[in-house]
Design a protein around this ligand. Structure first.
Ligand code: IMO
Ligand code: MG
Length: 423
């Protein structure tokens, strides 16, 4: 069975942990969009691993990990990630890691432009500063440089020369910055090409051949539905399709081959960066949940904004992603609360909204309407069976199922690999 895992909120839902668990039973795991703006955390014993470009399944020895064509690769970051893991004793070789030759490459001017654009904007997005937006913009503008180009010195030279002619003029005239040296970038990236070359493969053929041989694939989404370039809280989004549709364009595997979609949500809501967030806490709960949930960005270390669970958002995600099952993560973070709220509608100018509004102003100014459920007021630590959960915790989960009309299959009750309930 080929399974896709997507985030149904604003990212950081716990996809890394779920992928780590599910990938035990699948043959291959493939990332399909985003880049090293992602931060997927897996905790094994007392060891914590954070993956940015590598699929979270890389911890399993016999599994193959693939970086699909839809991912934008910063080669310096990727090599750093590979080296760090090798130092920690993991084997990463061309046998267990394949990178699509069609991946677009993040160049120094993308990273710098990301920061400069942010500093000039009145309405800041709060990007991760990894050059992701400018890299995808160049892909669409048809001036991107792809992984396969790093293996071809003549092509790289010609593309880079063309790009720098334009970029240097922009940097100088718009931002008053100094020119990039062709030689420096060319030599640096040729060198990355030499190092990454052995991993580069035609992953479209590789993945589809694997499917023909009845191997199973796990698609690892990055970011979340409300950071999707089309369906998210635009313009406060990332620059790729983080919905399940991105899994097809980002790997070359056709939609007919994806058998199941699992959406990952937090038992509450978080968001890093700017943009509307109707259920954001305004009280002391903000710090309380941030501390208990360790809600700091795994990529940038920024404190995450926290709020109540928003069923309006997640219902919309379930529609877009055709979700078969839900995974609720970090339920234990709510252990101490006497009462827990779920947003079931928004109110704006006297009108009630039960669907995610298209109008940005409505979303930004909407007042959430909540229903309140009693908390369970006890630790969930050590519980492995659904029936053993306190009745109020089960009530919370079952209310999700009623509101969202989807089955909750996985419930995470701690950071560690085995702290999960499978129903
Ligand atoms: P994972 O995969 C949470 C957010 C940034 C910013 C917006 C645009 O760990 O869930 P970008 O650098 O992508 O142009 O920034 O998107 N963002 C994420 N937020 N989790 C992520 O990834 C994110 N990747 C990007 O904070 O608001
Ligand atoms: Mg993250």
């Amino acid at each position: 069975m080929n399974i896709a895992v997507v985030g149904a909120q604003w990212g950081d839902e716990g996809k890394g942990k779920l992928i780590d668990i599910l990938s035990k039973d699948t043959d291959l795991t493939v990332r399909y969009q985003g880049g090293n703006n992602a931060g997927h955390t897996v905790v094994v014993g007392d060891q914590e691993y954070v993956f940015h470009l590598l699929p979270s399944a890389i911890l399993h020895k016999s599994k193959v990990c693939v970086i699909g064509n839809g991912v934008v690769v910063d080669p310096k970051a990727l090599l750093g990630e590979i080296e760090d893991l090798q130092k920690r004793g993991l084997k990463i070789t061309p046998n267990n890691l394949k990178i699509s030759g069609l991946c677009h490459i993040v160049l120094p001017y993308h990273r710098i432009l990301d920061g400069l654009r942010e500093s000039k904007r009145k309405n800041k997005i709060g990007t991760t500063g990894r050059g992701i937006g400018p890299c995808y913009a160049d892909k669409v503008a048809r001036c991107g440089i792809r992984m396969i180009d790093l293996l071809n010195p003549r092509l790289l030279k010609s593309k880079l020369e063309d790009n720098l002619t334009e970029k240097n003029e922009i940097f100088e005239k718009v931002y008053g910055k100094k020119n990039f040296s062709f030689g420096d970038i060319y030599n640096e990236y040729l060198n990355y090409g030499k190092k990454l070359g052995p991993y580069v493969a035609d992953t479209v053929i590789y993945l589809n051949a694997a499917i023909d041989k009845k191997k199973s694939i796990l698609f690892e989404g990055a970011q979340g539905t409300f950071l999707d370039i089309d369906f998210g809280t635009y313009p406060f989004v990332t620059s790729s399709n983080s919905i399940v549709g991105g899994a097809c364009s980002g790997t070359g595997v056709p939609p007919t081959k994806i058998d199941k979609v699992i959406a990952c949500v937090k038992a509450y809501t978080t968001r890093v960066g700017e943009g509307p967030f109707p259920t954001e806490f305004s009280t002391g709960l903000k710090e309380d949940i941030r501390t208990r949930g360790n809600e700091y960005g795994a990529t940038t270390g920024r404190p995450r904004r926290c709020g109540w669970f928003d069923s309006i958002l997640v219902r919309y995600s379930l529609i877009i992603n055709g979700v078969s099952e839900l995974a609720i993560m970090k339920l234990d973070v709510l252990d101490h609360l006497p009462a827990i709220k779920i947003c079931t509608a928004y109110r704006y100018k006297g009108k009630i909204y039960k669907q995610f509004p298209m109008d940005f102003e409505v979303l930004s100014k909407a007042q959430p309407i909540y229903e309140e459920l009693p908390g369970w007021n006890t630790s969930l630590r050590g519980i492995r069976q659904y029936a053993k959960l306190p009745s109020n915790a089960r009530r919370y989960i079952e209310r999700f199922e009623e509101l969202l009309k989807v089955r909750v299959k996985y419930i995470s009750i701690g950071t560690k690999r085995d702290e999960i309930i499978v129903r």
